[in-house]
Design a binder for this molecule. Structure first.
Ligand code: NAP
Length: 355
């Protein structure tokens, strides 16, 4: 087919235009991917005692106030790769739906994400442990957990009821000792169902009992931690036993329905506001950095994508020692997660506030 001069010129400009559009599309895709990759690569990790790397910030998933599947899509988009889950949060199937979809579409690879879950109190009886772990894996649509914790040291009566209570509204205890639960968790690592094990809400004496018998020692401890409950003593104890501390409720859990200690919500404490003004960062960023700069892993929860991004944008500043000290001085043992209903249980961990 022959083209005239004008026709050839039009063809060339159409080709040039389509090349230009293709070029722009490639640049756009690369820049989108780069933003994501940049986030992923710049999130520092901490080495656990078994040489597993744990990203120092993760997304909390308790009491998410919108569909957990959508929350995970947003979080992955922002760059989160560490997720703190638990059977008792009753949203593992929704979270798993997002993991399955994102893995199938190759948006993420399994090895790119770090997933923690927790064994609930009604499954402490050793013969129930494996099935509880498998249920969580099935719900989360993954083949192994990176990290599996005993959620609380107290065992509750086994059965379908996750919060078994008596006529006085008190939890019904089970006599199972958490040391025996631990021994039933260790084979999960041997069999590849989880990569590392840890504890949550255990005090020093309880951790020591585990350390005495553990063939696979706990590599991490998850505890409530913020300036009103700075946990300095427990952090030092953990460090001396090669355990990483993960700080839960780092923002003071402002919307959970429990009585909060202190005159101000932590996010509105005048000292926190003063430090956030000084660094030109938000109070949430200061409180999250407070954990990271003390060597802790931190798992703020948000269902709001803007907050997720804010809480994840932390890499251009760190708190000076005197500001960390000023935040430490706000501590008065102000714990909100006291598990009051389970007080009186022989393994309730908070008899000594600073244990
Ligand atoms: N092991 C345990 O026993 C245990 C106990 C409690 C918690 N945890 C874990 O720790 C995670 C975090 O603790 P948490 O959920 O109690 O509370 P948190 O992270 O201290 O606070 C979460 C609340 O802060 C709000 N928030 C988040 N970012 C914010 C920002 N930049 N500015 C203002 N408000 C912001 C969130 O609202 P929006 O959604 O609107 O952002 C949400 O209401 C939990 O989700 C769970 O995974 C573990």
């Amino acid at each position: 087919m022959a083209f005239g001069r004008r026709g050839r010129k039009t063809m060339i400009s159409i080709i040039e235009l389509s090349d230009l559009l293709l070029f722009l599309a490639i640049i756009w895709i690369m820049s989108t991917e780069n933003t994501l990759l940049k986030n992923v690569k710049t999130v520092p990790t901490i080495l656990l005692s078994n040489a597993l790397s744990m990203p120092i910030i993760g997304l909390g998933t308790w009491r998410l106030n919108r569909n957990a599947t959508d929350v995970i899509y947003d979080a992955i988009d922002v760059g989160y790769r560490h997720f703190d889950c638990a059977h008792i949060y009753r949203n593992e199937p929704e979270i798993g739906k997002a993991f399955k979809d994102l893995l199938q579409k190759h948006v993420i690879k399994r090895e790119d994400i770090f997933v923690t879950s927790k064994l609930w109190n009604t499954f402490h009886e050793p013969s129930l442990v494996r099935n509880a772990c498998e249920t969580t894996l099935k719900n989360l649509c993954i083949e192994y957990l990176d990290n599996y914790l005993i959620h609380w040291p107290m065992a509750y009566k086994e059965g379908d009821e996750l919060y078994p209570k008596d006529e006085n509204n008190k939890f019904i205890a089970s006599p199972v000792d958490y040391v025996d639960t631990w021994k039933a968790m260790e084979p999960l690592v041997d069999e590849g169902l989880c990569r590392t094990l840890g504890l949550s809400n255990f005090n020093v004496q309880q951790i020591e009992r585990i350390l005495k018998v553990a063939r696979i020692p706990p590599s991490n401890l998850q505890i409530e931690c913020h300036p009103y409950l700075n946990q300095t003593n427990l952090m030092e104890f953990c460090r001396s036993h090669n355990m990483v501390v993960t700080a839960y409720s780092p923002l003071g859990s402002p919307t959970s329905p429990y009585k909060k200690p202190g005159k101000y919500p932590i996010l509105q404490n005048p000292k926190v506001l003063e430090i956030s003004d000084k660094y030109k960062k938000t109070p949430a960023q200061v409180l999250i950095r407070y954990q990271i700069d003390r060597g802790n892993v931190v798992i703020p929860r948000s269902a709001n994508k803007d907050h997720m991004l804010e809480n994840f944008s932390l890499w251009d500043f760190s708190l000076k020692a005197d500001d960390i000290q000023a935040l430490n001085e706000l501590c008065f043992g102000g714990r909100y997660m006291i598990m009051a209903d389970a007080q009186g249980h022989p393994h309730h961990p908070f008899a000594d506030e600073f244990s």
